[in-house]
Design a protein around this ligand. Sequence first.
Ligand code: GDP
Length: 556
Amino acid sequence: MTKALQAAGGKPWRPGKMSTVLVAVLMTMPPLVVIFSGRIGDQAMWIKTAVDGIRGGTDDDVSFMKHPTTSHDKLLGGLLVDGFDQESCHSRYQSAAYRRNAGRRPSEHLVSKLRRHEDLQRRCGPGTAAYSAAVEQLKSGKSPAAAEASPEACRYLVSISYRGLGNRILAAASAFLYAMLTDRVLLVDPSNEMGELFCEPFAGTTWLLPPEFPLVGYQGFYLHTAERYGKMREDRVLRPDGGEAAAAAPPPAFAYIHLDYNQTDYDKLFFCDEDQRLLSSIQWLVMRTDSYIVPGLFLVDAFQDELAALFPERDAVFHHLGRYLFHPTNHVWGLVTRYYRGHLAWARRRVGIQVRVSSWEWESPEILRTITSCTQDEGLLPRVLDDTDQEPPATAAASARRGLRPSAVVITSLKSWYYEKMKGMYWERATESGEVVVFDQPSHEEQQMYGVRAHERKAWAEMYLLSTTDVLVTTGTSTFGYVAQGLGGLTPWVLPRREVNGTAPPCRRDMSMEPCFHVAPLYDCKRWEDAGKIVPHVRHCHDMPAGLKLVDRTEW
Ligand code: GDP
């Protein structure tokens, strides 16, 4: 807290100090409260209330926000349940207060499905008799044969966590949807900080795979793994049409689903109806993907009716799953809220720009030009005047001084070069409208790191901060950007991932806020047709033409 704020909170109001205190308060206050009635007494009252909002409340106090959360909002239209311990996870019920965009409403069917799934997770999760029985069955090497399976027996999906944080989030969200569709309990591999970055999503149980899980070395499962589903299908150890041997033998205790970038055509059979029937008899599945496989689930006939009921708005699947599952833990939430209150809360307009660059384009004038033209041509930011000596017309400057609060831009990037250039441009030159634009960047970590807790926390906080903005510019193909746009309910303007022949193509508004499934299968396991042209609501992505994404309108 600044000294000026401490003074304002601790002593009676003195008109002579007004300007100092006011500037300090304006720097930290949301827009709506910055309204003056013209009477000093009222101003003093307002400032006291505002300052109390910052300093007096507990961490859970969001009364300083423009729209304090109502109980309805805080549960995101029924997506979340009430009754979690708030101290252990501040973000869960506070997040709604940090977004002007309230987001989409979940369908009633999704809400009731989530409640039933939570029951399943509690009934079968770690520590229950059902979990112990399933672990014993796993050790036996066979799934229970259909005739022997008790109606109480539970089935499980273990999701392996690897690669960057955006990849891990999309993989866990995809695994969760698959688990819901197939009535499996989702357990997430806790390595790579998954237990440290996210609060538990299900009340009264854990989604983290316990350390004593008997499949030793499951995190190393890969193409060579004998129990890989695609391999068992290729070797005809598993056959959907049964066959004598298959009919005689009980299903294996587990199968490893390999959906990494190098998946084979046999691995892709996962997205076929008859393979889903076969998989349903296997009690434990272990899945590796770094992708958002959800558009692939929309290709499976057996899932289509249920998916349509769960998500009548097809472009909001990750939006709902993400807001349901991923709540920053308290430390990360501290990073989010401190930055937000200091750098975004007061702004007239908040703009997020994600610049995901690789080592060969750390400082690319071409990409900088694309960012500038994208934000100015698309009306996301005011235009700057050409000449540093030029000033805006007096009328524009005066009206800017009178009422237009500054816009705030949060840039995220591993490097600070793009931020420095943008900030410099908007400081050294006036805007045509006289409007002021303030740039900031929470961190510049210089390079991607693995297994470094502080680095992961910043990455998660920055994705989240991007999601709190009013308009968003992302970098094509980046899962980091996909997470931000989905959580925020924002259809982004997409920058090209890299220069092509020394030039960067212009940005483009995306078709939907859904992430792209980069390594997508073909449609229909017998005809092998182009899924992006046949299935309603599934189209090829702009940023990765071979990939697939969900759209709400079918004419794309
Ligand atoms: P993708 O590689 O763009 O698809 O996104 P991922 O999130 O999967 O992996 C990139 C990783 O690099 C992140 O998880 C961070 O560890 C790091 N990273 C990339 N860009 C940024 C950034 O703007 N801010 C921070 N803090 N980390 C970043």
